[in-house]
Design a protein around this ligand. Sequence first.
Ligand code: AMP
Length: 227
Amino acid sequence: MADDDIRIVLMGPPGVGKGTQAKLLTETLAVPHISSGDLFRTNYQEATPLGMQIKKYMTEGLLVPENITISIVMEAVLSSQAKKGFILDGFPRTITQAEALDQALTKQNKFVDFTLNIDVPTEQLVKRLASRLLCSSCQTTYNTETQPPKSEGLCDLCNTPLYQRDDDGQAAVKKRFQVYNNDSRPLLKYYGSQGKLINIDGTGTLMKVHQHLLQAISNISSNNIPG
Ligand code: AMP
């Protein structure tokens, strides 16, 4: 990397833990976590005009149309808070989005440094999604099996009730995996061909995966760029 800036894309199938890992990484790297899913969910929960427009796509596990997604994420990516970088989670999900991101950054002489692709077998992910709970206020993620909250149904951090995402139901999960395989998997090749793809084993504990991610970032920072 040319300077202290750091621009990371976190990738991986639904339920792989991108949001949780991104939150942990922001504490170490001191750059904002930009999650397209969180941006959309906030609008959806607050019933903003945008929220009403995207509700159908989100609950059915479909992609929100490109023009809406690209404009909302680019606003965050190009904001002053993200001047020194970002950890992007949930975006890009298509080649069109990746190209839009590259173009917007290039105009500012910036670029994505690398993509960390967290992988876990699909069967494990389906189980994880079925037991996932989310805080309706701060969006912290829990899992009733592997990472339960201290008080049942309440967020450890802000005591707000937890809920299950509409799109973690069986039908929407199936659709989300189809969409991931069709639209998002090609991104592995996109970033791989730029020499920017690093695969991370996501099957261990939350902290183990966090360590893998930190190690990968530290290898890159010391110019040990993997082939
Ligand atoms: P996530 O929290 O990343 O799993 O995203 C939840 C939902 O938000 C997705 O299933 C989509 O409906 C929508 N969404 C999030 N990010 C994108 C994106 N980059 N492109 C299109 N739709 C998105």
